[in-house]
Design a protein around this ligand. Structure first.
Ligand SMILES: *[C@@H]1O[C@H](CO)[C@@H](O)[C@H](O)[C@H]1NC(C)=O
Ligand SMILES: *[C@@H]1O[C@H](CO)[C@@H](O)[C@H](O)[C@H]1NC(C)=O
Ligand SMILES: *[C@@H]1O[C@H](CO)[C@@H](O)[C@H](O)[C@H]1NC(C)=O
Length: 598
């Protein structure tokens, strides 16, 4: 993070830099002025939207670990839960003990006897030799750790039906793939702002609609529709804000704000769920931030870059003039004129770039290898991240606290990234964070159940958080300019498939309780190794053509570590050249750079 102060130089007039692209005009209208700070705060409610959409379903379908078959006959007698369990619940059989989060007592079987007769005879203890049968009258839950009945508890998605919760979660992410196409199309053809509003409105109505669901199918359908809003609800605005903020302030204003807001939103969500203690009301309350969609047209600026990209130059200039006014700057008309001419030129050039498609990434062998490695890297990181999120409920009965603490790791992740990413480079930092993630996953297995194990899992989560933040920027920096946007989009979309299978990682526990963490640990170590096979992008020029993309990083030595073997001068020259600390945001391109965060 380099917060430079030389932005005033641009106004000196004489010997000024030519206005070639959007980033060149930013210093004139203010790179981090009042309007940008306003946008910085506008990101807050949208980050809440993002975090709530991502994680609310976890709490809508959360069930307590302890449950047992309900026996209606027992209600006629004045019995405590303990007495009911003592008379009706057998010990878990071997098959059940292997299930995720198993308890010593059976959760799915009940003694098949006539309780009225037995209780009448004065007996209060079960005989283990009695025959058993599966539950027939639903389940009773121990509400100590999870103080409310989620839809999963209401509809009995337990025992052989636990997969229904995961299926509904997958439906959500299937929805986000569909939404990605729909709102992506709207964003490209009708503007970023209409897409943002449409997307958040759909999310709002579907979230409220979720509260009225009474069956698996209605619930899954409404979650699928909520899912269509996921990630565009925030991403579109995030990209617009990044575009308007000067490159030097991007890490601070965009990435840091995301890290801080997201950590805050995701860590209070469990407590909102806890205090509301009603899944229907929770679904409505978490939809509240989405209301921002209805006032967005008045507070969110349309992307000037989008105006330029579709040739609406006058509207783009009007937008910039608004920034000029709010930021209290004075920009001579000639600057705008020059900008307009450059943009028209660039637009013509961009048309020639249009002939490239995502398939071009696979036409050159080395570039194809890099692309595939990037896809695998991103897929596995999402899988490990989601795996750790869902796995938390197996590790700790008090999921609210552990979920909240795990979400807070986004904060140290943001700080560590700000300090080290531009020193150690993407490659070594990605390697170390995933190595850490893997090691802590195994350490979690080695420590006894309880607080210390949860702490290890949270440290593992910190590792994957850092790697996820690096991952997306890495891809944007490594793919050649002509196919960068398409390539990044491809990786993004394929990443959703990892979201879809993520919730099932916990079912590995049905095979063996240790398996989820073993698998997450091994995957992390694999990703760590994979990172070392990718070229470093720090202090490198962004590749432009396909050939440059293919040759990218060929000359790098395996052991090259930027902070040791790169001189400050080299870095400075490079930064000046691209005008950014965050090269991933591709200064100067008129094309939409899709960017996402976990
Ligand atoms: C039920 O049992 C509890 C204690 O076991 C007792 O205090 C209570 O009076 C009983 N109620 C009835 C209606 O028998
Ligand atoms: C249990 O036994 C009682 C008395 O013998 C009888 O009235 C009742 O129908 C029996 N219940 C069941 C479910 O068989
Ligand atoms: C419910 O869980 C709490 C805490 O885990 C435990 O103390 C209590 O005995 C449980 N109640 C029943 C009925 O098993």
């Amino acid at each position: 993070m380099t917060v430079a102060i030389d932005s005033t130089k641009a106004e000196a007039g004489e010997g000024r830099r030519k206005i070639e692209n959007f980033d060149d005009i930013l210093p004139y209208i203010g790179e981090a002025g009042r309007y940008q700070w306003f946008l910085f705060f506008i990101l807050l409610p949208f980050t809440f939207v993002y975090a709530f959409l991502y994680f609310t379903q976890f709490f809508l379908t959360l069930t307590p670990n302890q449950y047992w078959c309900t026996v209606p006959e027992l209600d006629l007698w004045n019995l405590t839960d303990y007495e009911k369990i003592a008379i009706s619940v057998p010990l878990a059989n071997e098959e059940e003990l292997k299930m995720e989060g198993a308890t010593a007592l059976s959760r799915c079987q009940v003694y098949a006897v006539n309780y009225t007769e037995i209780l009448a005879s004065g007996r209060r203890e079960a005989d283990p030799n009695w025959p058993t049968k599966p539950c027939e009258n639903g389940w009773s839950f121990n509400w100590t750790t999870v103080p409310y009945a989620s839809i999963a508890a209401e509809l009995g998605w337990v025992c052989d039906k636990t997969f229904l919760s995961s299926a509904a979660q997958s439906a959500f992410f299937v929805g986000s793939i569909i939404g990605g196409f729909i709102f992506g199309y709207i964003a490209d053809h009708y503007g970023r702002l209409p897409a943002l509003v449409a997307c958040n409105s759909v999310g709002f109505f579907a979230s409220v609609g979720t509260a009225f669901c009474t069956s698996f199918w209605t619930f899954t359908l409404s979650r699928l529709i909520v899912g269509t809003a996921f990630d565009n609800c925030f991403n579109i605005l995030f990209i617009v804000v990044i575009e308007y903020v000067g490159p030097k302030y991007r890490t601070l204003m965009a990435n840091m704000s995301f890290g801080i807001y997201f950590a805050f939103a995701a860590s209070i969500l469990p407590w909102i769920a806890y205090w509301i203690a009603n899944w229907r009301i929770l679904s409505v309350v978490t939809a509240v931030p989405l209301i921002i969609a209805f006032i967005a047209p008045w507070i969110v600026p349309e992307s000037a870059r989008w105006y330029i990209a579709c040739g609406k130059m006058d509207k783009a200039i009007a937008m910039l003039k608004k920034f000029e006014r709010v930021n209290k700057k004075k920009v001579p008309q000639e600057i705008y004129d020059e900008f307009q001419i450059s943009c028209n030129l660039a637009l013509a050039n961009d048309k020639s770039a249009d002939k490239y498609t995502v398939l071009d990434l696979f036409k050159k062998p080395r570039l194809a290898r890099i692309t595939i490695m990037l896809i695998v890297y991103w897929l596995l990181i999402i899988l490990v991240f989601d795996g750790h999120v869902w796995n938390m409920k197996l590790l700790d009965p008090d999921v609210f606290t552990s979920f909240s603490l795990a979400a807070l790791t986004e904060l140290p992740a943001a700080v560590l990234l700000a300090i080290f990413l531009d020193r150690w480079g993407r490659r070594w930092m990605g390697f170390m964070s995933m190595l850490g993630c893997g090691l802590f996953s195994f350490l979690a297995l080695a420590t006894p159940q309880g607080g210390s194990r949860v702490a290890m899992a949270i440290l593992a989560r910190l590792g994957v958080n850092i790697a996820a933040n690096i991952g997306f920027q890495y891809a944007a920096e490594m793919l050649p300019t002509v196919v960068r946007a398409q390539g990044v989009n491809l990786i993004h979309i394929i990443g959703y498939f990892a979201h879809i299978i993520g919730p099932y990682v916990v079912y590995l526990a049905d095979v063996s309780p240790a398996l989820p963490l073993i698998v997450l640990g091994l995957l992390s170590l694999f990703v760590a190794g994979l990172t070392l096979c990718l070229p470093e992008t720090l202090d490198q020029e962004l590749p432009q053509s396909l050939q440059e993309g293919n040759d990218f990083g060929k000359e790098q030595s395996f052991w090259w570590i930027p902070c040791i073997s790169s001189t400050p001068e080299k870095k400075k020259i490079y930064r000046k050249k691209i005008g950014a600390t965050n090269a991933g945001f591709n200064p100067g391109s008129l094309q939409r750079i899709d960017s996402t965060k976990l």
